[in-house]
Design a binder for this molecule. Structure first.
Ligand SMILES: CC(=O)N[C@H]1[C@@H](OP(=O)(O)O)O[C@H](CO)[C@@H](O)[C@@H]1O
Ligand SMILES: [Mg+2]
Length: 543
């Protein structure tokens, strides 16, 4: 405690309230040293309580360069347990050193963390992105972790999913290699198995958002050699996330900087976000952009895995329960395709990866994606072990069933099961397109998105709107949902919902319908109802 008190004096809390958002703290970098120091303490306490390694990542993902943030990883490699988010908020907002010490003591008592003991054997893995402010904030994190008496393994520059992957590997029993080298090796060797002797169809162009994904993708490519042809643009010379990156491409539906029509027309392109935990594919034809978002990626992964499961011999492996998890923002056509054509179960959860991840864990094979491109595939441990133990002819495997089994084994090693990972995601998309001998048009032809529209409504207090049924219906104000229902009923294939954002001070409205014109009209009508029932004197804005 003495050490914490001493160190804390060097990281005074600035004015203002810090809040743990959908994925940790994120704000202007100069405001963050105290928060990051305290997150260091917290994630060290979590490691002590769990008697296992945890992780801390310095990044603000797709936010502008001047921002920064911190993401926290549990021993499983997943995000910090929701129950501990309360502690994170409390620590970040303690106004004085005394208040901070009091809170730390409370947490230790509640979570039964002994004051003394073999602390130095417990480790926190630390990673950071390429922002100028990241190295300084990593130093603040180290001070916090060490003040709590826990060892730091500083891994330097990493993508967020690499850090989560390494935490998971560190804690596996028996322990798996937890070096960056081992991560690349696992991705590269499994990709090699998946593509086999198939031929690629031209180079893919990667928009690396001028972020940490650029150098990591380049390293990965060096391991793959001629196996994957890729040109990396926005590789770090320009401003991070500025008119580029997966968030920009998905939200603005515009070509990122360094991509041009007609020069790049018809090319297969992929965009990563600033910390490489999201990906979307896109292409440009005659000045019109085609987006392959998280929904399209989920459908591609689901159909491929479904086909592999059909190809393996009937038994415990083939009878895996397979489910796809989406949020209400998933395009209705994707949901319909997964249910009706692929015959898979679809679950809808509230927005936020932590909810999707938890729901996906219920299946032997759980595929989850947010429309914005964040997602992955989870394999239940017992099922994965059966696959890995199943005998095959190794490299000499022949016959459809054996090859399918080999590919399932490779999938388990290719896919980052801790969190969504753009690097592993790109490899899987490329492998599937190649396996199917598909161009982007073939992928696009699986189903046609319903036109959709998102609007933002600014109200005085967005917390006035409460939702239910995975955010698809409004509970409060009570007279709002009947109005939305009546409006939606007038539109063919209409669907609309509203919910307060967890990351911005707005209420979001989502609408889809059979035609573009109807969709626009439906979105505006619903936004008007929201404004009438929950808005105050403030203006309504749209995006
Ligand atoms: C509609 C939308 O894109 N919502 C995003 C956004 O959450 P909101 O709570 O909608 O602001 O940020 C989250 C964190 O990045 C992401 O998980 C989520 O998908
Ligand atoms: Mg991100």
């Amino acid at each position: 405690m003495e050490k914490i008190a001493q160190q804390a004096a060097g990281f005074p809390k600035p004015e203002g309230v810090f809040s743990y958002g959908t994925a940790g703290f994120r704000t202007e970098a100069s405001l963050l040293p105290s928060t990051v120091f305290r997150c260091g303490i917290l994630i060290a306490l979590r490691a002590l309580q769990q008697k296992a390694a945890t992780g801390l990542m310095i990044t603000a993902s797709h936010n502008p360069e001047a921002d920064n943030g911190v993401k926290l990883a549990d021993p499983t490699g997943g995000m910090l347990s929701i129950a501990w988010e309360v502690y994170a908020n409390e620590l970040a907002n303690a106004e004085t050193v005394d208040a901070l010490i009091g809170l730390v003591a409370d947490i230790m008592q509640k979570e039964e963390i002994p004051e003394a003991g073999a602390r130095s054997e417990i480790t926190v893995l630390l990673g950071r992105d390429t922002r100028k402010s990241s190295a300084g904030l990593a130093a603040a994190a180290i001070a916090g972790i060490e003040a709590a008496g826990v060892r730091v393994l500083d891994l330097g520059l990493l993508t967020t999913p690499q850090l989560h992957y390494l935490v998971r590997a560190y804690n596996r029993v028996p322990a798996e290699a937890h070096t960056e080298e081992a991560y690349f090796e696992s991705l590269a060797s499994s990709f090699r198995v998946l593509v086999g002797k198939t031929q690629g169809s031209g180079a893919v162009i990667c928009d690396a958002a001028n972020g940490v994904g650029a150098s990591k993708m380049t390293t990965l490519l060096s391991k793959l050699g001629p196996l994957l042809e890729m040109e990396v643009r926005n590789e770090g010379k320009g401003a991070l996330n500025s008119n580029c990156g997966a968030d920009f491409v998905q939200k603005e539906q515009k070509l990122p900087t360094a991509f041009e029509s007609p020069r790049d027309d018809g090319r297969r392109c992929v965009s990563l976000d600033g910390d490489a935990d999201r990906l979307v594919y896109f292409s440009c034809e005659n000045g019109e952009m085609r987006l392959f978002d998280g929904d399209k990626i989920a459908v591609l992964f689901s159909s491929y895995i479904g086909a592999l499961l059909k190809a393996v011999p009937k038994g415990e492996i083939s009878s895996a329960s397979v489910g796809v998890v989406q949020t209400a923002y998933a395009n209705g056509s994707s949901t319909e395709y997964i249910r009706s054509t692929l015959g898979l179960q679809v679950e809808t959860t509230p927005t936020g990866v932590k909810f999707l991840h938890r729901a996906a864990e219920e299946f032997d094979v759980g595929i989850y994606f947010e429309a914005n491109g964040h997602g992955t595939v989870l394999f239940k441990e017992e099922w994965a072990q059966k696959v890995l133990a199943a005998p095959t002819g190794g490299d000499a495997a022949e016959g459809e069933a054996e090859v399918a089994l080999l590919k399932l084994k490779a999938l388990i090693r290719l896919i980052n099961q801790a969190v969504g990972d753009a690097l592993s995601g790109v490899l899987l998309v490329e492998a599937i397109l190649r396996h199917n001998c598909w161009e982007l048009q073939d992928w696009d032809a699986l189903y046609t998105d319903l036109p959709s529209r998102q609007l933002k409504v600014k109200v005085a207090d967005r917390a006035k709107i409460e939702t239910m049924d995975a955010e698809t219906r409004v509970r409060h104000p009570a007279d709002l949902q009947p109005l939305i229902d009546a409006t939606v009923a007038r539109y063919s294939q209409g669907r609309a919902f509203t919910r307060p954002s967890g990351t911005e001070d707005v209420v979001r409205v989502y609408a889809e319908a059979a035609t573009r014109a109807e969709t626009e009209e439906l979105a505006v009508e619903v936004a008007r109802h929201v404004y009438d029932k929950a808005g105050d004197s403030q203006e309504q804005t749209t995006e």
